[in-house]
Ligand binder design. Structure first.
Ligand SMILES: Cc1cc2nc3c(=O)[nH]c(=O)nc-3n(C[C@H](O)[C@H](O)[C@H](O)COP(=O)(O)OP(=O)(O)OC[C@H]3O[C@@H](n4cnc5c(N)ncnc54)[C@H](O)[C@@H]3O)c2cc1C
Length: 229
């Protein structure tokens, strides 16, 4: 999996702080943005989002390239409706059996499971290629492809949606591949917007308890330690 923050709003925290101050100050955001420094911006963001005025962080957006992940992952990813996505098309890019599928760690850990998995992937690739040789278009031949098929996706989320995404997808209850993606995205956005994403991560990081009830992973301290900075 390759995860790369390609672009984000320049000076995301100065911009969000200028947005926050727009509501209470006579100056417009053009002046506020030019005069605020990062220390003041951090204080403003902390206070204003603390009051529940969270929409101010929607002004900062982040665009990631996510490459070499499974279609199982992207099917979950695109459920996040407030994000924008562009995904590699199986109608134009043929599936190639060489390293074109993701092998879950649990499968890799077992010799027998690896063999079964590998054989299934080979069979699928063979059928796919034969269908194409028979003149079946890519858009129809792809119906035999597995959830494991690798894909690339470009996605853009604003900071508010990202924090929501991290709440549900960095949690131990999330599936391992999307959790790995979310955790890496969080690491990268923290470098450019440390105040906005200070308490980001699974819900237990901010709430100090696990809202999953009986479904809790039961390792709250370990999880909090991992995500608290
Ligand atoms: C551990 C886990 C297991 C899951 N299992 C399943 C499953 O078995 N089956 C399944 O179908 N899905 C499953 N999901 C997906 C889940 O139901 C959501 O579709 C997904 O997490 C997107 O979250 P969301 O709808 O909160 O957020 P987003 O689409 O990212 O939206 C963010 C927030 O905006 C608001 N919002 C967005 N759209 C609307 C709207 N139309 N109306 C009102 N408010 C809106 C909500 O407050 C929402 O939380 C699972 C998710 C997780 C994390």
């Amino acid at each position: 999996m390759l995860v790369k923050l390609l672009r984000c709003t320049p000076d995301p925290e100065l911009l969000c702080a200028a947005a926050a101050l727009t509501s209470t100050r006579p100056e417009g955001a053009s002046e506020l943005f030019e005069t605020i420094d990062s220390k003041k911006a951090a204080k403003v963001i902390k206070n204003v989002t603390g009051y529940g005025h969270v929409s101010i962080i929607e002004h900062a957006t982040f665009t990631f390239s996510v490459e070499g992940v499974s279609r199982a992952l992207t099917h979950q990813l695109v459920r996040h409706r407030l994000a924008s996505f562009t995904q590699q098309s199986q109608r134009y890019v043929p599936y190639d059996s060489n390293a074109h599928y993701v092998v879950p760690i649990s499968v890799e850990a077992s010799k027998e499971a690896s063999r079964e998995f590998g054989e299934a992937m080979e069979k699928i690739s063979g059928t796919y290629r034969r269908l194409i040789d028979l003149g079946i278009p890519l858009e129809d031949a792809r119906y035999v492809l597995p959830n494991a098929a690798k894909t690339n996706v470009l996605l853009t989320m604003n900071a508010r949606e990202l924090k929501h995404f991290f709440k549900v997808r960095c949690c131990e209850r999330a599936q391992w591949e999307i959790r790995e993606l979310a955790t890496e995205m969080l690491r990268q956005v923290k470098e450019v917007a440390p105040t906005i994403f200070k308490d980001a991560g699974p819900e237990c990081v901010e709430l100090d308890y696990c809202p999953e009830g009986a479904l809790t992973c039961g390792r709250i301290e370990e999880v909090q330690k991992k995500f608290r900075t």
